[in-house]
Design a protein around this ligand. Structure first.
Ligand code: WTA
Length: 684
């Protein structure tokens, strides 16, 4: 990095000489970096914010347009006092994202034989190599099959699949024909799946017979069928056809397939293989308007009902492509691996769309980090020569527990860049990632973003940004963060408060599906003129951003956002429960875990059986990720005189923090003592 001399003119001051340890990119590791140093970053950042129209027009030139962009690049309103909130990017231009990420690699760049994915199954004996031309053909076949089922532009298709190639084929097939995909993570329960299918009124569901996660068998089709039953019960069955992929694991292994339960409804269910038979592998893309919807992805909402975040074609395409290129400093000989599931936004943006737009070669991994042994991730890095690796703090903390030995068995010298996402990374995990995985050679790129932002918004760039463990550092191109206090006043310089953004970038969400009111009230009403992330944030003297965690009623378990309200709703469905309040408590691997207080109805007994039933209830309603670690019997809850539960106090009880501060607003302060005396020490 060059010395900082002109900090007065800088948008972002950049790190000065200081006592705190700053990590600089290794010499010689990035000789051909897209952004070679911090000054280069600042110069591009300046252009992106001062001349956004020109900046994004240049980026758009990299793509194919059926009808070229003309007129205004960006139109928006972020101020609820000035009318509806909207964001439009290159409206009127026509393109197709599937065409851009596949056909152009095959036909224009001559990369048909390049590997798009190395698929690595849950079992190390299952793997497959998929080139760009093969991917294109499979996607076209699937697109034609969906058309045969009557799927048209604008229709919603629900996808409930494990991490198998068919998941990528289906999502891209939707994008090709202009259908809107709604992918539901295959760890969600039948109830969560049903809720999402109904909210988006999907008419097709694509799922699989089953899947192994580690050594655990999951009867996916059974869960999917239960979900469709539920939809039927609420008289709201929109799904006409359910396409079922026969998973690799059950094709040849009769032992495994005997354990599988695959309920079948002749009028609705159809095997993927039967559907694809004889279908052509060529399919003309549907030319979409820039602002046509591309997908819906549900994320937890603080009211308990998930929100369908909507992304549109062009903005998302440009943004995921650009962030992928710069944030991982992607080059054509790289092998890139993101361990996320495509059921979350990280997989959408950085397994499917971003990497393919850059003609990347990626690993697509179905398994879990510790199966069949705790060195599985390191083994895969060696096997494929992975150079860019992207995972979550929770996985790093899990693997830290096994020490260095499992890594020493494998050659990790191919690694160049290590990324993390999902939650704030504690410095201890950061340093372990840096020292032990990256062998002090690779920068750790802590990327802050959300389902709503579409792509990275605060992030270092590998060769350019000096690193501080635990900081997501600086804004990406086009992104303008600000920090506000409780009164909505903007804070300058070193400060801590609400993280907001003052202008849209192309990848930002366009709305909540079918609910403009919720879109505006969740993200724009608190501070008119800004997009509100819901995260707290500190900016240090160098202009670096440090995410301090959620400041609403959300919690982050293993990098997955949950709302306290949705877990409370599950608990209070149990006939013995009168009231429930859920807070987070720190957890060494998951980051945060659920600590639940339940007040029982009169004469009901709190015992082990009840605890097990409550846990099952939450798993069934939401999914295994939401399983509570602690359940405490609460004869009463700390409430204000107006009846509002004081969560701050519950959080302190869960964390055993005795200094409770001002309790004068409590209706009955004695309840706090009782709860303290009965708090759970060990997980349930
Ligand atoms: C949290 C995941 C700190 C944050 C891409 C955010 C992070 C929420 C980071 C979004 C990070 C994500 N540092 N916190 N690097 N990345 N978060 O929608 O609270 O699943 O608002 O998107 O995760 O989670 P989501």
């Amino acid at each position: 990095m060059s010395p900082v001399s002109d900090s007065t003119n800088r948008v972002i001051p950049g790190p000065q000489e200081t006592e705190e340890k700053i990590y600089h990119p290794s010499d010689g590791l990035f000789t051909d970096a897209h952004v070679p140093d911090f000054d280069a970053y600042l110069a591009i950042y300046k252009k992106s914010t001062e001349e956004p129209e020109e900046f994004w027009a240049d980026v758009a030139q990299e793509f194919y347009w059926k009808k070229p962009p003309s007129g205004q690049m960006l139109q928006y309103n972020f101020d609820v006092n000035k009318g509806n909130i909207y964001i439009k990017f290159m409206e009127g231009a026509k393109t197709n994202i599937c065409y851009n990420v596949l056909d152009r690699n095959v036909h224009e760049r001559n990369l048909g034989e390049k590997v798009a994915y190395y698929w690595e199954g849950n079992s190390p004996t299952h793997h497959q190599t998929i080139t760009y031309i093969q991917l294109l053909r499979s996607v076209c076949r699937c697109a034609n099959a969906l058309k045969l089922l009557g799927v048209k532009k604008g229709d919603r298709v629900a996808i409930y699949l494990p991490m198998i190639p068919e998941l990528v084929y289906t999502m891209l097939a939707c994008a090709r024909i202009g259908a809107v995909h709604s992918i539901v993570f295959a760890g969600f329960s039948s109830e969560s799946l049903c809720e999402r299918i109904m909210d988006a009124q999907c008419n097709i569901l694509v799922t699989a017979d089953g899947v192994y996660r580690g050594d655990k068998l999951i009867n996916l089709k059974k869960i999917a069928s239960e979900a469709l039953e539920r939809c039927k019960e609420s008289m709201d069955l929109c799904v006409q056809k359910c396409v079922v992929v026969r998973h690799h694991a059950f094709r040849t292994n009769s032992d495994a397939s005997n354990k599988l339960q695959t309920p079948w409804d002749e009028s609705c269910d159809i095997w993927w293989d039967d559907l694809m038979e004889g279908v052509s592998d060529e399919c003309e893309p549907e030319w979409m308007d820039s602002e046509d919807p591309l997908f819906i992805l549900y994320t937890s909402g603080s009211t308990g009902k998930p929100k369908g975040v909507v992304h549109t074609v062009t903005g998302y395409m440009l943004y995921t492509s650009l962030t992928f290129k710069y944030v991982f400093d992607y080059h054509h000989d790289d092998v890139y691996w993101c361990t996320a599931d495509i059921g979350w936004i990280t997989g959408h943006s950085y397994i499917t769309y971003g990497p393919l737009a850059n003609s990347a070669t990626s690993v697509l991994f179905e398994g879990v980090p510790v199966y069949p042994h705790v060195g599985r991730l390191w083994e895969i890095i060696e096997k494929y020569g992975v150079s860019k690796f992207y995972t979550a703090p929770t996985a790093i903390r899990l693997l830290m527990k096994y020490g260095r030995e499992p890594l020493q068995r494998f050659d990790l010298s191919s690694l160049r860049v290590l990324g993390t996402v999902g939650e704030p990374i504690n410095p201890e995990a950061w340093l372990w990632y840096y020292d032990v995985v990256g062998q002090q050679r690779c920068p750790v790129i802590d990327t802050f973003w959300q389902t709503e932002t579409g792509g990275h918004v605060l992030t270092p760039l590998p060769a350019a940004t000096p690193l501080k463990p635990g900081s997501a550092t600086c804004p990406f191109f086009g992104v303008q963060p600000a920090i506000l206090n409780e009164h909505g006043e903007e804070l300058e310089g070193e400060a801590e408060g609400y993280l907001v953004f003052r202008k849209p970038w192309p990848g930002i969400m366009r709305g909540v599906y079918g609910n403009q009111e919720r879109f505006e009230s969740t993200y724009f009403r608190k501070f008119p003129g800004f997009y509100v992330t819901g995260d707290g944030c500190r900016r240090d003297k160098d202009g670096y951003y440090w995410i301090t965690g959620r400041i609403d009623d959300m919690l982050n378990v293993s990098g997955h956002l949950l709302s306290t309200a949705e877990v409370e709703a599950a608990l209070t469905e149990h006939p013995s429960v009168a009231e429930a309040a859920v807070v987070s408590r720190p957890h060494t691997v998951k980051g945060e875990c659920l600590y639940c207080f339940v007040t029982l109805k009169d004469h009901k007994e709190f015992n082990r059986t009840l605890m097990e039933e409550l846990k099952r209830k939450v798993r069934e309603k939401i999914g295994p990720i939401a399983t509570p670690d602690f359940i405490q019997n609460a004869p009463g809850l700390p409430k204000t005189r107006s009846g509002k539960i004081m969560r701050r106090v519950l959080r302190q009880i869960a964390r055993n923090e005795k200094d409770l501060g001002d309790l004068s607003t409590l209706a009955d302060p004695k309840v706090v003592e009782v709860l303290f005396s009965q708090r759970c020490e060990a997980a349930a």
